[in-house]
Design a protein around this ligand. Structure first.
Ligand code: F6P
Length: 342
């Protein structure tokens, strides 16, 4: 048996831990051979492969990024894409594919598996934690740790100058990183994409925080939007790769706060720092367990499934379940955290 492995979409701490676990268990317990595909779906699309064996995965457990590289290439949008993928898999004598990715990458795997008979097993990843069907994705815990540490540091500089500090964190569609890091870091306002915010209300919380002689910290997810009519945050600009760019809610909010409260405000955009570097112990643990269970699913011939965390168990679910809707922050949970605002 030869198993192909690819990592697609935005990178995420823990990807290498999955690859290592898959290869270690596959070689040691089942005697499988592996082929790594470079840069997500671009690898099978163009037949671009990399050696993947025990020596290749040595020492990669604590390393961020992915030794296989990643991209957002979608073979369903390329001419003859599906045919080329199938042809290249056959050429490489790959019998099954382990696909490690988020919504888009797994969406492709679901279609290739359900409609075109490609034998895929999925592993969910994203720092955003917005994939349904799994309680947590690896990468999220690391990102929350990095954002929390940044907030802790920003408190002291904010206090020294009695300024507002706005921290913009990742999360285009879901506010999980903002919510968890904001709560852990003792933020005074947390703004998430799931609920449009009222700038006047935010300024009210800021003013009351200053009255208590503290400098406020505002954590805002990059996809958070003010209520209708106040501004258009997404300018819809596409970069050269065709991705939509978000246009700085943090910067915009700091300016509004200065205008409306008369207090000085600064913005820190954490950006890709949240995605880079070494994975936390929890993410290494989760990613490793996902890898071990994914290769087991291949051995069982359980294709079209994805591994997922439910409580403390790793289970298999139909891959389509992860991609049919996003897991967002529900209003009750957001309201619960609201007790700390202001
Ligand atoms: O999908 C994770 C994510 O980190 C988002 O929160 C963020 O908007 C996006 O990726 C940015 O990805 P890139 O810069 O790689 O396009």
């Amino acid at each position: 048996m030869r198993v192909g492995v690819l990592t697609g979409g935005g990178d995420c701490p823990g990807l290498n831990a999955v690859i290592r676990a898959v290869v270690r268990k596959g070689v040691q317990e089942y005697g499988y051979e592996f082929t790594g595909f470079r840069d997500g779906w671009r690898g099978p699309l163009e037949g671009d492969t990399v050696r993947l064996d025990i020596p290749a995965v040595r020492g990669i457990l604590p390393r961020g990024g992915t030794i296989l590289g990643s991209s957002r290439t979608n073979p369903l949008q390329s001419e003859n894409g599906i045919h080329r993928v199938k042809e290249n898999l056959a050429k490489c004598e790959v019998d099954a594919l382990i696909v490690i990715g988020g919504e888009d990458t797994l969406g492709v795997a679901t279609r290739l598996s359900d409609e075109y008979g490609v034998k895929c097993v999925g592993v969910p990843k994203t720092i955003d934690n917005d994939l349904s069907a799994t309680d947590y994705t690896f990468g999220f815990n690391t990102a929350v740790g990095i954002a929390t540490e940044a907030i802790d540091r920003l408190h002291t500089t904010a206090e020294s100058h009695m300024r507002v500090l706005v921290v913009e964190v990742m999360g285009r569609h879901a506010g999980w990183i903002a919510l968890h890091s904001g709560l852990a870091g003792g933020a005074n306002v947390i703004l998430i994409p799931e609920q449009r915010f009222d700038v006047e209300r935010v300024c009210g919380w800021i003013t009351s925080r200053f009255k208590a002689s503290y400098a406020p910290i505002v954590v805002v997810a990059e996809g958070a939007m003010p209520k209708d009519g106040e501004m258009v945050l997404k300018d819809g600009t596409l970069d050269s790769f065709g991705h939509v760019r978000l246009s700085g809610v943090g910067e915009w909010l700091a300016k509004e706060i200065e205008k409306r409260t008369g207090k000085e405000a600064r913005t820190t955009v954490l950006g890709h720092v949240q995605r880079g570097g070494t994975p936390s112990a929890f993410d290494r643990w989760l990613a490793t367990r996902f890898g071990l269970h994914a290769i087991e699913a291949v051995r069982d011939g359980d294709f079209g499934t994805m591994v997922a965390l439910r409580g403390t168990d790793i289970v298999r679910v139909p891959m389509g379940e992860a991609t049919e809707r996003l897991k967002t922050v529900d209003p009750e949970l957001y309201a619960e955290v609201g007790v700390f605002f202001g």
